[in-house]
Design a protein around this ligand. Structure first.
Ligand SMILES: [Zn+2]
Length: 297
């Protein structure tokens, strides 16, 4: 099944639900960054969370950045997800592997450790909105739910899952179910949702059982008047980096630094952290940047 996202509402608009299948894009990230099992799970969960969060934004070009900074061996995780269904991301230490946790699952919480979750929402105009919360467990799903409740005041249930086998990622995705402000004081509704989501034994078993996102929404919210939007949005791993952007970044180093690179290094090499593309700027490229800077001065 292609990577995709669908949206639904229930309880007369009091509940908003989003579901995403991210198997292929998580496998692409694993290949691009040569991720270990636990790093694949950590990055896949965070990319899925970003896509789910970006999906409720309104304006073309809106994006969510999530940075997870814990004291565990994985180091930081950074992802960038858009309302347009694109996502990219990387982890600081992609090869870290840990033994399974006490539940026999990939120990994402142990790899991440204690620390903070930073979220930046770029709504497509003006200043981006940013906020930080302490990590709850480092398992990502709990942490994102905590962020949505404490920073955005929206009671939210988040289920994220990545299944990595010997041949790669065979199932990945997640659900975000939120009780909107008009219904947030309906404690019975919030409790019902929480207990239903908690009763799910993760997300990947549902995919592995052959369920579609529509099936999952029907099971979860069918008796609450669920209305599933007909549009299916395609999700994909995509990095917007380009040689022009690399040149722009090099130019910001200033004339002295550029001259130094021309004489000492005979050029410059830059690797994009998100997609691994290596850009080579030649002597001539750098010399042109110097000419541009002098013309602007
Ligand atoms: Zn890139």
């Amino acid at each position: 099944m292609a990577d995709q996202l669908i949206r639904a509402t229930a309880a007369q608009g009091g509940i908003r639900a989003v579901g995403a299948i991210t198997t292929r894009l998580t496998e692409e990230a694993r290949n691009r960054h040569k991720l270990s099992y636990v790093a694949t799970a950590a990055l896949g969960r965070t990319m899925t969370a970003g896509l789910l969060m970006a999906s409720s934004m309104k304006r073309t070009g809106a994006r969510v950045n999530i940075r997870v900074k814990g004291d565990g061996p994985l180091g930081g995780i950074l992802i960038d997800a858009g309302l347009d269904g694109t996502v990219r991301g990387y982890v600081e230490n992609p090869s870290v592997e840990l033994p399974p946790n006490s539940k026999g699952k990939l120990d994402v919480g142990g790899a991440v450790g204690k620390g903070f979750l930073y979220v930046v929402r770029d709504i497509g105009y003006g200043y981006p909105y940013s906020s930080t919360v302490e990590l709850v467990s480092g398992e990502i799903g709990d942490d994102v739910a905590h962020y949505l409740i404490s920073s955005e005041q929206t009671p939210s249930a988040v289920v994220l899952g990545v299944f990595v086998g010997a041949s790669g990622v065979t199932a990945a995705g997640g659900l975000l179910v939120q009780v909107l402000p008009k219904a947030a004081r309906d404690e019975a509704l919030v409790e019902t949702l929480e207990s239903r989501v908690a009763a799910l034994s993760g997300f990947t078993p549902l995919l592995q059982a052959g369920k579609s996102l529509t099936d999952i929404f029907q099971d979860l919210l069918g008796d609450m008047g669920v209305a599933i939007f007909p549009e299916t949005q395609i999700l994909r791993y995509h990095c917007g980096c380009s040689f022009d952007r690399v040149l722009g970044a090099l130019k910001m180093l200033g004339e002295a630094e550029l001259q130094d690179m021309i004489t000492k290094d005979n050029g410059a090499e830059a690797t994009c952290d998100f997609c691994g593309t290596v850009y080579q700027a030649s002597r001539d490229d750098l010399a042109q940047l110097v000419v541009d800077l002098q013309a602007e001065a």
